[in-house]
Design a protein around this ligand. Structure first.
Ligand code: AMP
Length: 428
């Protein structure tokens, strides 16, 4: 056992893992750009109140999972690592007066999130999300556009069998009556509630609906459904979201128990799953409308909608579905030398080539030429640049390791020759 290990619930992304993430992050950036979202970065930590107010005190994320940063002194502010990006982005929207920008303000970010969760497969204390937010558009068309964008991310990433679950969770006009009815329902079955759920019953009854406790499954299945009790405006909104999804031929399923874990959501809620793995732990991503959030964080009442797609789970599913990490790209050339000790010249020649934007490694180990060439072959390099006695006349040998041929090239022409070889290799 090594003395030091990555903290519990975190992982090192080794180069092969990182290569998969890199591909996903590039795809995320490309898609966001294609759909008109501009990148934003907010701090990885915020005043804890941003999350406590913005997400809600009676949620798993705040009650149990908030990664608080211990203050160094009595008067220090209370901070927390971000468990999700929306609250921080909305805080930035308010702070920087983005209400005066053309609306909606469409923002995207991809980065690590932190939740002090019980670690298990697909559930980490540091995980990555691809996030988009459209603030200042009440929908319903943009709701469908965002759902379609999320779905396209999985399609282009190569995930098979992604299901789209949608719901409406109402708004301040119709939710209170539903919440009252739901509270009545669970009170009637209080004896069957596990202790945490009984505790939440009076504080945030919607949480019970998406409880992860298996003891709740049967009760929840028979619970009253919000979709049957939406006010006219919410019902019309939901119908229109569905019509827009149908308009682009996107298949979806209405899931009345889908309420999302966070308090600030209104109306549209959605999640993405891999078919057959709809357990609570397995959501690939999700999002929803948060028309109350901007005002909650001190701005003018402004509607908004967004999603967070977990990259760790996408990487896991891709691996399960047989995708392999993209192969490492071999160097174009390795600079080797007859004099094992002359690392300065190898370093200098390689530096010149890299300055010319070529992918070149210098062999900096003090070993015999034969061993250097062997290593270059193992690297999969196309060429070995061999430095020997010809250097006195300003020449080097270039060996084509794939063709087995070798010729003398003036040092002055080396970069141009290698660049030409690379171009013909790629396009020829
Ligand atoms: P949530 O805000 O809880 O809906 O999370 C959005 C997405 O982030 C989920 O669907 C997951 O893909 C991912 N996610 C959330 N929590 C974790 C975690 N602890 N570890 C890995 N991925 C997570």
């Amino acid at each position: 056992m090594p003395t030091y290990r990555a903290p519990r619930g975190t992982r090192d992304l080794l180069p092969d893992d990182r290569a998969v993430f890199d591909r996903l992050m590039r795809l995320a950036a490309d898609l966001a750009h294609r759909y008109g979202y501009r990148p934003i970065e907010t701090p990885l930590f915020e005043q804890a109140a941003v999350f406590e107010r913005g997400i809600g005190e009676v949620t798993d994320v705040v009650e149990k999972e908030l990664f608080r940063i211990a203050p160094r002194s009595e008067e220090a502010e209370s901070w927390a690592l971000r468990p999700e990006p929306t609250a921080g982005i909305v805080r930035a929207y308010v702070q920087h007066g983005m209400q005066t920008w053309p609306q909606p303000v469409k923002l995207t970010t991809t980065g690590p999130m932190f939740r002090y969760d019980r670690p298990q497969a697909g559930r980490y204390r540091q995980f990555w999300q691809f996030d988009v937010e459209a603030i200042g558009d009440a929908g319903p068309a943009i709701d469908a556009e965002i759902i379609e964008l999320g779905y396209r991310f999985y399609m282009e990433a190569g995930v098979e069998g992604v299901e789209v679950l949608v719901n409406s969770i109402g708004d301040p006009a119709c939710r209170p009556a539903y919440v009252a009815q739901l509270t009545e329902y669970y009170r009637g079955h209080a004896d069957r509630l596990p202790p945490t759920e009984r505790d939440r019953l009076e504080r945030n009854v919607l949480r019970l609906l998406d409880s992860k406790d298996p003891a709740m499954a049967e009760l929840n299945a028979a619970a009253p459904r919000i979709t049957d009790r939406l006010c006219e405006a919410c019902a019309a909104h939901f119908e229109s979201v569905k019509a827009h999804l149908a308009g682009v031929g996107l298949a979806f399923r209405v899931e009345p128990a889908l309420v999302r874990g966070l308090d600030y959501y209104t109306r549209t809620a959605f999640e993405f799953y891999v078919a057959g793995r709809e357990g609570q732990q397995q959501a690939l991503g999700g999002g929803g409308r948060y028309d109350g959030l901007v005002a909650l964080l001190g701005g003018k009442p402004t509607p908004g909608i967004g999603f967070g797609l977990g990259l760790d789970r996408v990487a896991l599913v891709l691996a399960e579905q047989g995708h392999v990490a993209p192969p490492e790209v071999a160097p174009l050339a390795v600079v080797v030398g007859a004099d094992p000790d002359d690392t300065v010249t190898r370093f200098r020649v390689a530096t010149t080539l890299r300055a010319a934007r070529l992918r070149v490694r210098a062999d900096l180990a003090r070993r015999k030429l034969g061993r250097q060439l062997e290593a270059a072959g193992k690297d999969g390099a196309h060429f070995a640049v061999i430095i020997g006695d010809e250097l006195a006349a300003g020449d080097v040998q270039v060996r084509d390791l794939q063709a087995g041929t070798q010729r003398t090239v003036p040092l002055d022409d080396l970069a141009r020759e290698l660049a030409r070889a690379e171009a013909s290799h790629h396009h020829g």
